[in-house]
Design a protein around this ligand. Structure first.
Ligand code: NI
Length: 134
């Protein structure tokens, strides 16, 4: 059985490599490399898979998942500049892929290990990445 909790956060970023010239960055990352940053309304889906607990009828109480998302993701990234405010991205390009990787690791550490964790991160209405730890 799979259960999911959804959360949204707003954050600014700039895609770039400090060891590339502005021209190279612009060629590879386009508008997302605008030096003055830009924002996204990210949508995070957190999926957990496991057996239904016969005692509760839950796979996991989704209130627990909500609290973990708030403390690990929203408090950390919401209304932040990912490049400047978040040490996780000081040396890591904040692509949707890397935000998903960082988020998965943060969530994995706080959610019950007997449940398989998959996350989906929507950066725009049309662009989404999925990560399950491999
Ligand atoms: Ni962007």
């Amino acid at each position: 059985m799979k259960v999911s909790r959804r959360a949204t956060f707003n954050a600014a970023h700039r895609l770039f490599r400090s060891d590339w010239t502005d021209e190279q960055n612009s060629q590879v990352f386009g508008k997302c490399s605008n030096p003055n940053y830009h924002g996204h309304n990210y949508v995070l889906e957190v999926w957990l898979e496991g057996d239904i607990n016969p005692e509760t009828g839950y796979v996991i109480d989704l209130k627990t998942v909500k609290d973990v998302i708030n403390s690990e993701i929203s408090d950390r990234f919401d209304h932040r500049n990912l490049n400047l405010d978040c040490p996780e991205f000081a040396e890591l390009n904040p692509t949707a892929e890397n935000i998903a990787l960082v988020s998965w690791n943060l969530l994995r550490a706080k959610l019950p290990m007997h449940l398989a964790l998959t996350i989906k991160l929507w950066e725009t209405e049309n662009n989404c990445v999925e990560y399950a730890g491999n």
